[in-house]
Design a protein around this ligand. Structure first.
Ligand code: SF4
Length: 363
C-alpha cells in the first residue's frame, strides 16, 4: 500500500498542512483502501507518512476484563437501561433535503419502529436545513432524534450555537464527525470550514452536556492505529461508538472486542447497510461499497423482489451483528435517491420490526 505519497519522514505538522481539511487530529475516515485521500487528485493521505509522530497513545488494555470502568462515568442515559433489556435500534432517516414535508412524512413512518432517527448529512445535497432546525421539527412531535453535526459547514462559534440549539430541541444524542470535504458533494465550488475536527467537536458537544457519539472506522487506513484514535475521541467525551461498515460481522466483532478490551462501557452500535432497492443500493454503494459484506448488494439488487430480499437480508445481518459480544445495538444505515424516500423509510421500519421480533423470539 503506498503509505508515503512520495514523501517520507513527514512530521505531524507537515501532514496537517497537506491535509485538505487541515485536520489537527487526523486522519479522517475518508482514507481509501489504497491509502489515497478522499479528495480526488490529492494523492496519498498525508497522515500515512507521519505515522512515526502519531499522537495518540495506544489504548490501555487489561487482560482481566473491563478495567477502567470503575473510574469512568459514562452518562449514557436511558438508552443504557434499554440496552440491558433489548437491542437499541437507531436508523438513518431518509428524507429529501430542504423539505419539511418529506422529513415529517418519513419520520412518521420510521420513528414508531426505532429508538431514534439519525439525522446525518444528506447523501446528495450539501445545502440542507440546519441540524437544530430539523431536530426541532421532529422533537416537537415527540420523535426521538440523534442528530449529526459536522465541521465542514460551520466554524467553532457557529458549531457551539448549533449544538446548543440541538440540545434545546431535546435531541437524544449528538453524533460528532469532521464531515466529508465539499469536493465530494454537489457544492464543490465552496470551501469547507474545518476550523475544528471531530475530536474538537466531541469536546465542544460534551461541554454543552450532550450525549455524544462518534464513528469508529476499523477498515480505514491506517487500520492498526484506528483504535487508538477512537480512544482519543472517547477521552474527549464520547459516550457512544458507531462502528462503521468494515466487512461484516467478523471484522465488526474483532473491532468491538478490541474496543471493549480497553474498558469502554458506553454504548456500541454496529452500522448495518439498508439495501432494499436499486435506489437505496446506489446510495449505500456511494459511501460504503467496498466495505460491505461480499456479495451483499448484488444479491439484493438482482433478486426477483429486491425489497423483500433486502428486508430479509438486512434484518438477518443486523441480527448477526447483535449476537456479537459487546454490541448493544445497530444503526440501520442508508439513504434514498430523490423520490424514493418514503419507500426507504417503510423498508427500514420493516427491518427494525423484524430485528425486534427476532430478538424477542431467538431461534
Ligand atoms: S484522507 Fe482525510 S485526513 Fe487524509 S489527507 Fe485527505 S482529508 Fe486529510
Amino acid at each position: 500500500m503506498p503509505h508515503n505519497g512520495g514523501f517520507t519522514g513527514a512530521s505531524w505538522s507537515d501532514a496537517v498542512a497537506r491535509c485538505p481539511k487541515s485536520m489537527l487530529h487526523g486522519p479522517c475516515a475518508g482514507v481509501g483502501a489504497d491509502g489515497d485521500c478522499e479528495v480526488p487528485g490529492v494523492g496519498a493521505c498525508s497522515f500515512l507518512a507521519a505515522l512515526d509522530s502519531w499522537p495518540y497513545p495506544p489504548p490501555p488494555v487489561e487482560a482481566t476484563g473491563p478495567a477502567g470502568a470503575d473510574d469512568q462515568v459514562w452518562d449514557v442515559g436511558e438508552l443504557t437501561e434499554v440496552a440491558a433489556r433489548r437491542p437499541v435500534i437507531v436508523a438513518d432517516l431518509p428524507a429529501a433535503a430542504l423539505s419539511t414535508d418529506s422529513l415529517l412524512d418519513t419520520a412518521e413512518i420510521l420513528a414508531p419502529a426505532v429508538d431514534a432517527c439519525l439525522l446525518g448529512d444528506h447523501g446528495g445535497a450539501r445545502v440542507q436545513f440546519p441540524p437544530s432546525y430539523r431536530s426541532g421539527l421532529l422533537t416537537r412531535r415527540g420523535i426521538a432524534v440523534w442528530v449529526g453535526v459536522n465541521c465542514r459547514d460551520r466554524n467553532r462559534v457557529a458549531l457551539a450555537g448549533e449544538v446548543a440549539a440541538c440540545l434545546d430541541a431535546g435531541v437524544t444524542g449528538v453524533h460528532c464527525v469532521t464531515g466529508d470535504h465539499p469536493a465530494l458533494g454537489h457544492r464543490d465550488d465552496t470551501p469547507g470550514v474545518f476550523d475544528l475536527d471531530s475530536l474538537d467537536v466531541v469536546a465542544l458537544a460534551r461541554g454543552h452536556g450532550a450525549h455524544v457519539s462518534v464513528a469508529h472506522a476499523p477498515a480505514a487506513p491506517p487500520t492498526a492505529h484506528r483504535l487508538s484514535r477512537l480512544m482519543a475521541k472517547i477521552d474527549a467525551g464520547a459516550d457512544t461508538v458507531f462502528v462503521d461498515h468494515c466487512g461484516g460481522p467478523g471484522p465488526v466483532g474483532e473491532a468491538v472486542a478490541g474496543l471493549r478490551a480497553t474498558g469502554f462501557t458506553g454504548l456500541v452500535l454496529a452500522c448495518v447497510p439498508v439495501v432494499t432497492s436499486a435506489a437505496t443500493a446506489a446510495v449505500v454503494a456511494s459511501f460504503a461499497g467496498p466495505r460491505l459484506p461480499a456479495g451483499f448488494l448484488d444479491a439484493i439488487v438482482n433478486a426477483p423482489d429486491p425489497t423483500a430480499a433486502g428486508i430479509t437480508a438486512t434484518a438477518r445481518l443486523a441480527t448477526r451483528m447483535l449476537a456479537l459480544p459487546g454490541v448493544d445495538g445497530v444503526n440501520l444505515s442508508g439513504g434514498a435517491q430523490s423520490g424514493h424516500e418514503r419507500a426507504a423509510a417503510r423498508a427500514t421500519a420493516a427491518i427494525a420490526n423484524r430485528v425486534f421480533e427476532a430478538a424477542r423470539h431467538p431461534t
